[in-house]
Design a protein around this ligand. Structure first.
Ligand code: NAG
Ligand code: NAG
Ligand code: NAG
Ligand code: NAG
Ligand code: NAG
Ligand code: NAG
Ligand code: NAG
Ligand code: NAG
Ligand code: NAG
Ligand code: NAG
Length: 549
């Protein structure tokens, strides 16, 4: 009954989700090689997120099975089913003897003596307790009721034995807090301000009874580098949220991925002896993954230095990401800001991302994605693809990117596909984007390839109905400002380029746009002028041979 005061819908929370693994590995290789090649700009290009739409393989292992949740769906094996995870639920054995975890029933609302949370300060939708997170435009439906909250819904991880000294392994406490939260109609897991919590690779599993908010006001971090990463845990992911509906990850705190030692592994680009790159497995963890989840919100946090992608969403639905600040060094390998795959109903707003790879990457199976007011760079820009790897079918549609800035990046807005794929990319709008010193501000590459060995094939992912409007700023003259390299057999159609003004960042050499088999319209004059775009619709393209997805 206590919960009745904060009905689920009121409690805000939008959406979110994620996952993968074999894919992550592939992706890694992709990027990894990319780093060898990207200096020689050719038709082949920077790699991309996981290519194939193959079934995700959550097998990542031995992370904790943190709940008593039901078993995962058939198409997606449990994240822990390839390892000794089965016994891990009861095996955290982490807490130092000096500080035995408190019994979980501390959360009993009538006894709750939550140390750092002001009981008068109810978990509001969106910003939660002490969120310094940026203002949110309008994420949540309605404010929390004014009367005092049920304290029992606030689960401070310290009440579960977490110490917060940045050294102690706090995994068991977080698991316990999660399991407790998962059984409530509504729960806030509080990571308090002023404390730092080190936790191991963990899978937080649902479904849960109600909504869960994870309020991060302090600092969360994984073990420091591969040497400190216990063998028994997956090296491909750190925190995973699996099969959860209605989860919010909020707060003014920091998630520190401690990626440096992973980036320095000799298998990473140029990190081997004398600047070589050694071969061999090179898994590095994605910081935060959401898999098969829905109604997710991620808001206000600072996330830095992930060993690999910062966020990855696989097979999720209804995801709202807002007011994030993601940073990693420009040369950190494979550190995409946000990757989405097989995910739809995504809003990514008001965030700042600078890193060593794509700001946002959009993989196969994504649709209804709205991206606004982003500041990206340095990095590799906003990417759709790569799609169609290994002759796979990829469908991406209804993606809007607008009101954003992309600076000091290898690419601005990019679509990349492999030869031999099928499916379609359509209904993409890039509008009102400011480019500052970007190498390929506008680019479509249907000859994406990681090696020199790709052959041209007759099948391709069909690219159509792409609008570029009001894209202005400067480009790095190592590459032309617009580059449309479309498949020989399946040309790009209905590209609309208007109000585009791109000038060299340095010097006055204006490069001509490049087009190959690109059809479309120019409603306005552009700078530089695009004279290479073909008019109309290619006669060779019979509608019945196209896969519109
Ligand atoms: C899990 O525990 C059971 C019985 O306690 C044992 O037989 C099994 O080998 C254990 N599995 C792993 C992966 O440790
Ligand atoms: C997780 O734990 C629950 C309960 O202990 C168990 O039923 C389930 O099989 C476990 N799942 C995995 C993937 O280990
Ligand atoms: C919570 O407190 C109530 C009333 O004091 C008590 O009846 C109940 O057993 C407690 N529950 C737990 C889990 O401690
Ligand atoms: C809230 O955050 C401020 C700084 O951002 C800190 O001084 C204050 O102690 C925090 N309050 C709580 C309840 O964590
Ligand atoms: C690394 O470079 C140094 C100096 O050029 C050379 O002496 C050494 O043999 C190289 N090491 C390897 C493993 O190639
Ligand atoms: C997301 O939340 C809405 C509103 O609560 C609900 O109707 C919908 O079923 C949820 N989506 C999924 C996939 O569970
Ligand atoms: C855009 O995002 C920034 C944070 O990067 C925020 O300060 C600003 O208010 C946002 N603008 C709008 C119109 O929401
Ligand atoms: C495209 O996606 C937006 C959300 O980003 C949605 O509101 C709109 O209805 C979608 N359009 C179509 C044609 O599905
Ligand atoms: C593939 O086709 C493109 C465009 O016709 C051409 O530029 C490129 O050289 C071809 N690649 C190979 C490997 O044949
Ligand atoms: C071209 O694309 C626009 C959207 O970018 C769409 O509205 C229009 O219907 C398309 N035209 C054709 C002929 O398909």
């Amino acid at each position: 009954m206590a919960n009745s005061r904060l009905p689920l819908p009121t409690f805000c929370i939008f959406f979110l989700c994620l996952f993968l693994s074999i894919q992550a590995r592939k992706h890694y290789h992709t990027k990894h090689r990319h780093n060898h090649h990207h200096k020689t700009y050719a038709i082949s290009e920077p790699p991309s997120p996981s290519p194939t739409p193959q079934p995700t393989d959550p097998s990542n292992t031995n992370a904790y099975n943190s709940t008593s949740a039901p078993s995962p769906s058939p198409e997606a094996p449990s994240p822990s089913d390839d390892g000794n995870a089965d016994n891990s639920t009861d095996a955290p054995s982490l807490s130092p003897s000096s500080e035995p975890p408190n019994p979980p029933n501390d959360y009993n609302s009538t006894h709750a003596s939550s140390p750092s949370v002001d009981p008068k300060n109810p978990p509001k939708e969106g910003n939660g307790y002490n969120s310094t997170g940026a203002p949110s435009p309008s994420p949540s439906p309605s404010p929390a009721p004014a009367d005092s909250p049920n304290d029992g819904n606030v689960l401070d991880v310290r009440k579960f034995g977490a110490v917060g000294d940045g050294i102690t392994d706090e995994t068991a406490a977080f698991k316990m807090a999660w399991d407790t939260a998962c059984e409530k109609d509504l729960a806030v897991i509080l990571v308090p301000y002023g404390f730092s919590f080190m936790i191991q690779s963990t899978i937080f599993t649902g479904p849960c009874q109600g909504s869960i908010v994870i309020q991060v006001d302090g600092t969360l971090m994984p073990p420091d580098g591969p040497e400190s990463w216990p063998q028994k845990y997956s090296k491909r992911q750190w925190l995973v949220f699996y099969r959860i509906n209605h989860l919010s990850l909020l707060g003014g705190g920091v998630i520190d991925g401690r990626g440096q030692k992973w980036w320095d592994l000799p298998c990473k680009p140029h990190k081997g002896i004398n600047g070589t790159t050694l071969s061999g497995p090179c898994d590095s963890p994605v910081a935060i993954r959401f898999f098969m989840s829905s109604n997710l919100t991620v808001q206000g946090l600072r996330i830095k230095d992930s060993p690999q992608f910062h966020f990855r969403f696989d097979s999720c639905k209804n995801v709202r990401i807002e007011s994030l600040h993601i940073t990693a060094p420009a040369l950190s390998p494979n550190t995409d800001g946000i990757h989405i795959e097989n995910t739809n109903g995504v809003e990514i707003y008001n965030s700042v991302i600078s890193n060593g790879d794509d700001c946002i990457s959009i993989g196969s199976g994504c649709y209804d994605v709205d991206i606004r007011n982003m500041t990206c760079g340095p990095g590799h820009g906003i990417s759709i693809g790569s799609l169609g790897n290994h002759n796979s079918r990829a469908c991406v549609s209804n993606i809007t990117v607008k009101d954003s800035v992309i600076k000091y990046s290898d690419n601005g807005v990019r679509i990349k596909t492999w030869q031999g794929g099928s499916g379609a990319v359509s209904g993409i709008i890039f509008n009102n984007i400011h480019m500052n010193n970007v190498r390929n501000p506008i680019i479509i590459n249907q000859f994406y390839c990681l090696t020199k060995e790709c052959t041209n094939q007759t099948s391709a992912v069909y690219v159509s109905d792409i609008q570029y409007t009001n894209i202005k700023g400067t480009y790095d003259i190592r590459s032309p400002p617009m580059h449309f390299a479309c498949s020989d057999s399946v040309p790009c159609t209905n590209l609309t380029i208007s109000e585009v003004e791109l000038l060299p960042a340095k010097g006055d050499i204006v490069l001509d746009p490049f087009c190959w088999n690109a059809y479309g319209d120019l409603p306005t004059i552009t700078i530089p002028p695009v004279s290479c775009l073909l008019e109309g619709f290619p006669r060779s393209l019979l509608d019945n041979q196209l896969d519109h997805c």
